[in-house]
Write a protein of this length. Sequence first.
Length: 45
Amino acid sequence: MCDYVYDPASGDSDSGVEPGTAFENLPDDWVCPWCGAAKDAFEKV
């Protein structure tokens, strides 16, 4: 993957995800804004 780290405090404005949204609450069809990887390809760090 591309090393993108989702930050709940920032959300993902490009995808319409509001700041404060936990990763678990992202839509199932959310993808990485950098490389397009699916949500289920991410690992918790």
